[in-house]
Design a protein around this ligand. Structure first.
Ligand SMILES: *[C@@H]1O[C@H](CO)[C@@H](O)[C@H](O)[C@H]1NC(C)=O
Ligand SMILES: *[C@@H]1O[C@H](CO)[C@@H](O)[C@H](O)[C@H]1NC(C)=O
Ligand SMILES: *[C@@H]1O[C@H](CO)[C@@H](O)[C@H](O)[C@H]1NC(C)=O
Ligand SMILES: *[C@@H]1O[C@H](CO)[C@@H](O)[C@H](O)[C@H]1NC(C)=O
Length: 506
């Protein structure tokens, strides 16, 4: 009970902070990978984190049904009208285009009346379960950006599981369970996304919200991506900075929204009553008119363009990266370990470009200004091939046995990686804030791990202090949007709770 009270207060803060965020935040950021800028050295390229636009991903998928012959109409059969179990002379015939219901009709243009849909065979083999797996494959990692929406022309199924794969269908994890009775179907307590929080956002739930019978307004099933984003970005997703910051630092969260395949497991059709009417089994079947999947190619913030060629999606990698997801450095650009781009600092992010390999430095190309002077290292230590990162190592040359000696907080053979709790800012610096243990409080957001950006009413390294308190001027009506007076103790208790639990304490 205490916990839920705390969390609801926290949800309020998210709202407050989203209003106070100084950034104009929309999905349109990160839409270029580089621009030309003028510096003292003349015109140079400035590299930025970048990502492809979010789009309708159903145009690029392959669909597979199991069992393969589950689509109705071969041989032709009759079924009961949708919503009218007594009108059972409708016909499905795969060999007649007007009467056929092939799987493609789940992805065609909707808006026609009547709508076009895929339909399964009827439950004529009852009591043997009528089950269908619908697998959607992209052969490419994609990041979901909007709700998955499935529109059923039959009643919504009594039992269904939405599953995802991150490894091209080798392994599967459940995404969400759907049932008229979660406890009975899956031994799970029913929940809705609204019962979740920042801390439990990755929990896999069973929902009863989408499983009632045949009424006309209840055709749709959602997998709620946006509601989950809103735990970080606030309602209306106004504070995308906060979401991006979380996605950047929490791999589990990023992976949660990433898929290569989705699988819809239809386990039991809509019955609408307690008992199956064995005399009219032609009224039970599945029919889906539309599936919406919005997302973008995952290119690790190294590409804005994702091309569809030979029925395959591929990122057009920049920053001298390569691979279908820009997941590695190009040959001869392996001068430091590959890393994904970063959303931070908002709004340009950090490109983390690949730099020329040490061995190709004989004729060094001009590389990213931000990267220190490797050619000077070559001059200062020509025989030993160690090239310690000058910002991360104690000396810019290695010791007698070829090892770089790293500064505090720094690691890696070249001293160019940070130990946990540190981030790279001209060398590794201890984090002032992060999204694991050192939370900015009271709706503050962690900027680049080096400082908290606090809402106007707060101050302190972690936004833990009321500004008016510091000035000794807290009046009864001070601090618009601030919690009621007397609550600082509660706040710090909550802060401690959030701080120790971490944002995703699962
Ligand atoms: C659907 O996939 C699951 C998991 O692989 C499998 O156990 C089940 O038999 C499949 N169902 C059908 C109808 O193919
Ligand atoms: C990649 O390498 C080429 C050739 O050296 C260079 O012209 C280009 O600017 C590099 N791009 C980035 C983003 O570093
Ligand atoms: C790079 O190294 C050269 C030679 O040591 C030096 O003159 C130059 O100032 C260095 N540049 C930077 C940006 O450190
Ligand atoms: C060089 O550094 C490594 C790692 O710290 C150490 O094990 C080694 O003994 C050092 N060698 C010399 C000659 O100092």
């Amino acid at each position: 009970m205490y916990l839920s009270r705390f969390l609801s207060i926290h949800a309020l803060w998210v709202t407050v902070s989203s209003v106070m965020q100084p950034y104009p935040l929309v999905w349109g950021h990160y839409d270029v990978c580089k621009t030309q800028i003028y510096t003292e050295e003349g015109k140079v390229w400035d590299y930025m984190a970048c990502q492809p636009e979010s789009t309708d991903m159903t145009k690029y998928l392959k669909v597979k049904l199991d069992p393969p012959d589950i689509t109705c109409g071969d041989p032709p059969e009759t079924f009961c009208a949708m919503g009218n179990p007594y009108m059972c002379n409708n016909e499905c015939d795969a060999s007649t285009p007007e009467l056929a219901h092939p799987p493609e009709l789940m992805f065609d243009f909707e808006g026609r009346h009547p709508s076009t849909f895929w339909q399964s065979a009827t439950w004529k083999e009852y009591p043997k379960p009528l089950q269908v797996n619908i697998t959607l494959s992209w052969s490419k990692t994609i990041e979901l950006t909007d709700n998955i929406v499935i529109t059923f022309e039959s009643g919504r199924p009594d039992q269904m599981i939405l599953e995802k794969s991150l490894d091209y269908g080798r392994t599967w994890q459940p995404y969400q369970y759907y049932a008229t009775d979660c406890l009975d179907a899956f031994h799970m307590d029913p929940k809705s996304v609204k019962d979740l929080s920042q801390h439990t956002v990755l929990e896999i739930i069973c929902t009863e919200e989408y499983s009632t019978g045949y009424t006309t307004n209840s055709k749709i099933i959602h997998f709620e991506i946006k509601d989950r984003f809103a735990f970080f970005a606030g309602p209306w997703l106004r504070n995308m900075a906060s979401l991006y910051g979380q996605l950047d630092t929490t791999k589990k969260l990023r992976d949660f929204f990433t898929v290569t395949d989705l699988r819809i497991r239809l386990l039991r059709p809509a019955v609408g009553e307690i008992f199956v009417d064995e005399l009219r089994l032609a009224r039970y079947f599945y029919a889906i008119s539309d599936i919406k999947v919005h997302g973008r190619c995952k290119c690790n913030l190294h590409a804005t363009v994702c091309v569809y060629d030979n029925s395959k999606l591929t990122c057009e990698c920049e920053h001298n990266t390569t691979g279908p997801d820009c997941g590695k450095c190009k040959k001869n650009y392996q001068g430091r370990p590959w890393s994904p781009g970063s959303y931070l600092p908002i709004p340009k992010g950090t490109a983390n470009t690949c730099i020329p390999s040490i061995s190709s430095i004989g004729n060094p190309p001009k590389f990213n200004r931000k990267w220190p002077n490797i050619s000077s290292l070559e001059v200062s230590n020509p025989k030993q091939e160690c090239y310690c990162n000058p910002l991360g190592s104690v000396h810019d040359r290695c010791n007698g046995s070829g090892f770089c000696e790293c500064k505090t907080g720094t690691t890696g053979p070249k001293c160019d990686e940070c130990l946990p709790g540190n981030s790279w800012h001209y060398g590794c610096q201890p984090n002032v804030c992060d999204n694991e243990l050192l939370h900015c409080q009271n709706g503050g957001t962690c900027h680049n791990n080096v400082r908290c950006l606090c809402p106007a009413a707060y101050t302190g390294i972690l936004c833990e202090k009321l500004r008016c308190e510091e000035a000794g001027s807290c009046g009864p009506d001070s601090g618009q949007g601030a919690p009621p007076r007397g609550s600082p103790a509660l706040l710090s208790l909550l802060a401690a709770l959030l701080g120790t639990a971490g944002p995703l304490g699962i």
